[in-house]
Design a protein around this ligand. Structure first.
Ligand SMILES: [Zn+2]
Length: 389
């Protein structure tokens, strides 16, 4: 409560960054009120590189989960999940970005997830730290500028954060500091700090970004089975802390599917005044197994399905569309899908908000199907066989 009060004095929260705030305000003013979820870029009347102006105007869709998709495509190893593909097949990363934009993503996020010092140390490639980060940033920037999407920098969980260990905190600070610095040099439009399990680590990421830049910052927590951050706060409380520390958008990404993320999102939406982000994994998580790491597959001796046996749990497009509609109706405007998302999920999300991304040209139309079609060109001998098909 105290957090909320302090925050209210700084009204309105989303215009807190000096000069930038003015241009955001002017940009947002120049638009008429949008159709829910309308893609602002298509209107051509607001600064397309201004995240907060876009959010003011409607939803912003951000495709995430690149490492899972690259793993499925055969260019990344499950386990360490480090995107070495940035060196080995940069054209594949570029195509993936293009595929997600084609499907409706408003954002091209640099694939610097797990390209930090600690992950590269684990796989013995620390020497590639700088060029790998720069490669990720340069690929994403080129796609973003080509497509008119927002160019986002990315910081993530370090996996070494330990509030009781000063040397670990120092290393976390270094990781965030250097990655934030490279992203700022590349000219990111805004930052995402994602998949964070500790409030303390999230605050450190935000601080590091703020040392380098005034661009907007989205901070998202990834909730495991417990409905508490690893330092014991509810996600709503954790988001309030981030709001008070100056984050522009707060919310949740990864780990939980729509069904088990939604209740937490509702709590967050009513606890903060700033924009809220929601990027679930596209898996059917349940009350008993609320995170995708906890899902077990009854077909296979109840073995853990994560990470490469999750296929039977994948959400349909309709489920993602339902999630998009429900979240947007709650006032959640920063929307996406995380690990496990394919372009078809992003298109379903975009269409649930009334949009027609280029990929919608190929959205399902069964009227000319060989058995189920209703078109008069479909022969009766086929449609008569429908029930046996
Ligand atoms: Zn994820």
């Amino acid at each position: 409560m105290a957090v909320k009060k302090a925050h209210a004095k700084r009204a309105p929260a989303t215009k807190a960054h000096g000069k930038k705030a003015k241009s955001r305000k002017a940009a947002a003013k120049s638009t008429v009120s949008a159709v829910p979820g309308e893609r602002p870029a298509a209107r051509g009347r607001i600064d397309e590189r201004d995240l907060l102006a876009r959010l003011k105007n409607g939803a912003v869709i951000c495709a995430e989960g690149y490492v899972f998709e690259l793993e499925r495509r055969g260019y990344l190893q499950a386990g360490a999940f480090v995107p070495e593909v940035l060196f080995e097949h940069p054209e594949v990363v570029e195509q993936l970005h293009m595929d997600f934009v084609h499907a409706g993503s408003d954002v091209t996020q640099a694939l610097t997830y797990y390209v930090h010092r600690e992950k590269l140390r684990v796989i013995g490639r620390e020497k590639d730290l700088v060029p790998m980060n720069r490669a990720a940033l340069s690929i994403a920037k080129s796609v973003a500028r080509k497509t008119g999407t927002l160019f986002a920098g990315d910081l993530c969980n370090t996996n070494i954060y330990d509030p009781a260990d000063k040397s670990s905190l120092k290393e976390v600070e270094r990781i965030f500091d250097e990655q934030a610095g490279w992203a700022v040099e590349a000219g990111v439009d805004y930052f995402v700090a994602e998949t964070l399990g500790w409030t303390g680590e999230a605050l450190m990421a935000l601080k590091a970004i703020r040392r380098h830049s005034k661009v907007p910052v989205v901070v998202t927590f990834a909730m495991h089975q417990e409905e508490l951050t690893r330092d014991g706060l509810s996600p709503a409380e954790a988001c309030q802390r981030l709001e008070a520390a100056g984050a522009d958008v707060v919310g949740l990404n990864c780990h939980r599917g729509p069904a088990t993320m939604m209740p937490l999102l509702k709590q967050i939406r009513s606890a903060v005044e700033i924009h809220v982000a929601a990027l679930p994994v596209p898996y059917r998580t349940t009350y008993g197994q609320p995170s995708f790491m906890s899902l077990t597959d009854p077909c296979c001796g109840d073995r853990r399905a994560f990470p490469v046996g999750l296929d039977p749990f994948v959400c349909t497009r309709a489920e993602i569309a339902d999630f998009g509609r429900e979240a947007f109706a709650l006032g959640i405007r920063y929307l996406g899908v995380c690990c496990g998302a394919g372009p078809h999920h992003i298109r379903a999300l975009a269409e649930s908000l009334g949009r027609k991304p280029p990929a919608s040209r190929y959205t399902i139309d069964m009227s000319k199907h060989a058995f189920f079609g209703t078109d008069k060109k479909i022969r009766k001998i086929q449609t008569d066989y429908q029930d046996k098909a």
